[in-house]
Design a protein around this ligand. Structure first.
Ligand code: URA
Length: 240
């Protein structure tokens, strides 16, 4: 089924798999087949509040955390479960438990603003941290910190609110691949993405599943997302 949607202020045409498993609040993007836009009304409502330039860090953090829960719910929909035999007070039954352990990997520092939501959803998950800074001149990514648990089949959810040029995300994913994490075991969660960033990441990792609350219009000359929300790290931590 073909339908038109207004996302981030411009009209997008999207393919929805009629009758298939895609929930109404998810939009598969026809340009990027591995990209899912979480189009839930609450996500879009909260994102609009978050984008507003007058929104102060205290509310910004709260909204980011709430959106993180809603987007995280969709991200974790893809996690596999395995059978688990248990006994209720009444009878034996076969329940389900997550098949693989999960590692939440915020890209520092803005990723920290959404990592807590994933940790709330999956309290047993461990956390890794990847520090990537952006050279202001070349916009190239520089890895300055990398700490993850021993790799043994976990699902890695890499999180960074702003998918702009894609350089930091690509550097983070390459860092994980280099340390033995297969790309099939990774999911990337963003808040706002630019088409340029999605294009760059999917060119490098064509099968990577990417989730975002919005696909914005473009990058400006300073590699900021437009309309975007400004510098996510500064707005989270009040360092404007
Ligand atoms: N990083 C941000 O925080 N904001 C952007 O718009 C781009 C990169």
């Amino acid at each position: 089924m073909l339908r038109k949607l207004i996302v981030s202020g411009f009209v997008m045409t999207s393919f929805i798999q009629g009758g298939m498993a895609t929930p109404q609040d998810q939009v598969q993007n026809h340009q990027f087949s591995t990209l899912t836009i979480v189009n839930h009304p609450l996500v879009q409502h909260k994102l609009t509040l978050l984008r507003h330039k007058k929104t102060k860090p205290i509310l910004f953090r709260q909204l980011l955390e709430e959106i993180g829960l809603l987007v995280g719910y969709e991200v974790t929909r893809a996690l596999e479960v395995k059978e688990k035999e248990i006994e209720t007070p009444l009878t034996k039954m076969t329940g389900a438990k997550l098949k693989n352990d999960v590692v939440i990997v915020p890209i520092l520092r803005a990723g920290l603003g959404m990592a807590g939501s994933l940790q709330t959803l999956i309290p047993t998950a461990s956390q890794g941290h990847i520090g990537i800074s952006r050279d202001p001149e070349t916009k190239k990514a520089i890895e300055y910190y990398f700490k993850i648990p021993e790799v043994k089949g976990q699902t890695f959810i890499v999180v960074d609110p702003m998918l702009a040029t894609g350089n930091s995300v690509i550097a983070a994913l390459e860092g994980l691949v280099k340390r033995g994490v297969p790309i099939e075991n990774m999911i990337f969660m963003a808040l706002v993405a630019a088409p340029e960033g999605v294009k760059a990441v999917t060119a490098k990792f064509p099968t990577l599943r990417i989730f975002t609350a919005a696909l914005d219009e473009k990058l400006n000359d300073h590699a900021y997302i437009v309309p975007g929300l400004g510098d996510a790290g500064d707005r989270i931590f009040g360092t404007l």
